[in-house]
Write a protein that binds this ligand. Structure first.
Ligand SMILES: Nc1ncnc2c1ncn2[C@@H]1O[C@H](COP(=O)(O)OP(=O)(O)O)[C@@H](O)[C@H]1O
Ligand SMILES: [Mg+2]
Length: 577
């Protein structure tokens, strides 16, 4: 049986239950206090009318004490609510973040590609923790005040209670009837606001493309229309809110008036005391409140349940397979035998691939776009596992490796170099925690970025990446190479590391890459063949398998597919003697 996600959330966060129960307990206490205060108010009035001044003062003092106690209760309540909300938010978010970093990379890549998840997760967890303390407190207070109000009302006057039982549903029903179409209108205007915001976000993301196509005018106009529409909807929505408030107010007044008519008659007949009548009216308001808010309570529980469900979509991602050992059994970085692999149900992406990367050698994997080169790399990193065949990495099957130990032996540079929001130093040190500044300097010198970094006002501590200084494509790439360098991993993986660069920049970056590859094993993936000219051995892939392999001269001599690709790219095809 599927367990309700909200219930599951509380089962997983048991340590907050005592706090939440305390909140509910205090709400119960508050209900009692409210009931007592209202009752003693009425008593004070009745004592006064009977001329019992001493008793009246006593009852009034008691009432004041109850009201004061309820004030103190509010302070305590807020203190506990604040503590729970904050702690829960921080802890639950940390857990979700841990999952995002430790979850199975295959699922993370395919199902959660957008940053949207992270944003949504944040607001979901926010609502979950606010609900757990703040809303639970409000709701339990409403419910308990209503319940105790109900008991007290029946106890105070059954005749008036009877009248109330007739009046309340009529008034609530009328409010519901009138506000239903209003509510639908409100939802419509809220939705339109959301869609306008998404257009704005879209335009910001594509600002340069919009300019490049000279489409500013078009977008300006669209945006203008959208914001006019938004304003119009907002005005409408405000009008609706006003109407709804008015309807509720009128219904409430009408209900109280009816109670007054019946109550006055009961008083005139000697069936009800004035003070009791006053208590009754006060207490009946608590009951009305509880009913009036029930709709909102249910909605809020639904919304929070949806949040919990989305939270578990992330939390239910399985963790990476842990692997068994972290020992290197052989210096040979990779031996693949008859490897097959597919993403889900689609056809095979790797289809009987065999290849070997000898220790200290540079092996190139080339082939047309889509033939499975990047996929092979993902398998080498153990982001995905082979379906069949054998993939030995440093002498052990990839599945047996503990992921962190395996990845410590690899440094990767891809086409879309990714710089984090941080300083130059932080971006390099990412490759190796505890990197000294001298080591960082050496790496920056090796990739010929040192002069540039020194020209920054804050040198190595200059913020770069998002929100910082912008570097050119080639500079970014060289910084990523420096990051890979300091890792001092025995195997370097290059996936189209220079493909996004122009020829001039490619040459500069290539120099840094050569430095990185010095004395290491490497897999160089490229479809631009100029980058693989220095490789010791080449594999030519087609549809997930190797169709040609050999040294550069032997492949050229073969005059097969590799030869043809070289010719198409205008590279020398003569075998040098
Ligand atoms: N995450 C993924 N989910 C499903 N299919 C994918 C995924 N990544 C790549 N593919 C598919 O696998 C095939 C090989 O892709 P890839 O290894 O990136 O090729 P290459 O790097 O040689 O250009 C392509 O058909 C591509 O559409
Ligand atoms: Mg690729």
């Amino acid at each position: 049986m599927e367990i309700n996600p909200l219930v599951r959330f509380y089962m997983d966060n048991k340590k907050y239950l005592p706090g939440i129960l305390t909140i509910v307990g205090i709400s119960l206490f508050s209900g009692v206090l409210k009931m007592l205060a209202a009752t003693f108010w009425g008593r004070a009035v009745d004592f006064g009318l009977e001329g019992l001044i001493g008793d009246m003062v006593f009852a009034a003092v008691l009432m004041a004490v109850f009201i004061l106690a309820d004030c103190v209760r509010t302070a305590v309540h807020y203190h506990i609510i604040g503590r729970i909300t904050e702690n829960m938010f921080v802890e639950v978010r940390a857990r979700a973040f841990h999952k995002l970093t430790h979850g199975d990379p295959a699922i993370l890549e395919n199902q959660f590609r957008t940053g949207d998840v992270a944003t949504r997760l944040n607001s979901d967890i926010d609502l979950l923790s606010t609900f757990s303390a703040g809303h639970v407190s409000n709701f339990s207070r409403l419910v308990f005040s209503g319940l105790f109000g109900l008991f007290a009302c029946i106890f105070l006057s059954w005749q008036l209670s009877l009248a109330y039982v007739v009046i309340l549903p009529v008034s609530l029903g009328l409010v519901a009837l009138i506000s239903k179409p209003l509510q639908a209108q409100k939802k419509k205007s809220l939705d339109s606001g959301g869609s306008a915001m998404s257009i704005v976000a879209d335009m910001l993301a594509g600002a340069l493309t919009v300019k490049a196509f000279g489409a500013q005018e078009h977008f300006q106009e669209r945006f203008g229309r959208m914001s006019d529409h938004m304003v119009e909807m907002e005005v409408k929505s405000a009008k609706v809110s006003m109407k709804m408030t008015a309807v509720k107010y009128i219904a409430n007044v009408a209900q109280t008036m009816c109670l007054f008519i019946v109550g006055s008659w009961l008083v005139s007949q000697g069936l009800l005391k004035v003070g009791v009548f006053i208590s009754f009216v006060t207490l009946s308001n608590y009951i009305t409140d509880a009913f009036a808010q029930s709709d909102y309570m249910i909605q809020s529980i639904r919304r929070t349940t949806a949040c919990a469900q989305r939270y578990y979509e992330v939390m239910d991602i399985p963790d990476e397979l842990p692997g068994l050992v972290g020992m290197q059994a052989s210096p040979v970085p990779c031996e693949a035998q008859n490897l097959t692999f597919s993403y889900g149900r689609e056809g095979r992406v790797l289809d009987g691939l065999s290849l070997r990367i000898p220790a200290g050698k540079k092996v190139a994997v080339v082939g047309a776009s889509g033939c499975g080169k990047s996929t092979l790399l993902k398998l080498l990193c153990r982001f995905y596992y082979p379906e069949s065949g054998s993939l030995k990495l440093f002498g052990m099957e990839s599945l047996d490796w503990r992921p962190d130990d395996l990845r410590a032996r690899m440094a990767i540079v891809t086409q879309n170099s990714f710089l984090f929001d941080g300083t130059v130093y932080e971006n390099v040190a990412y490759g190796r925690p505890g990197l000294t500044r001298a080591q960082c300097e050496k790496a920056l010198r090796d990739v010929e970025l040192w002069d540039l970094v020194q020209s920054f006002p804050q040198g190595m501590d200059q913020p770069i990446g998002e929100g910082g200084l912008t570097l050119s494509g080639g500079q970014k790439q060289r910084l990523c190479i420096a990051r890979a360098m300091v890792k001092e991993a025995p195997l370097v993986l290059l996936d189209e590391a220079t493909s996004a660069l122009d020829l001039q920049t490619e040459r500069e970056v290539q120099k840094s890459l050569d430095k990185l590859l010095e004395g290491r094993s490497a897999v160089i993936i490229a479809h631009r063949l100029s980058t693989v000219q220095g490789a010791d051995y080449l594999y030519y892939m087609e549809k997930g398998r190797v169709v040609e392999e050999g040294t550069l001269p032997s492949l050229l001599a073969l005059k097969g597919r590799y030869y043809e690709m070289c010719r198409l790219q205008g590279l020398p095809t003569e075998v040098e003697a």
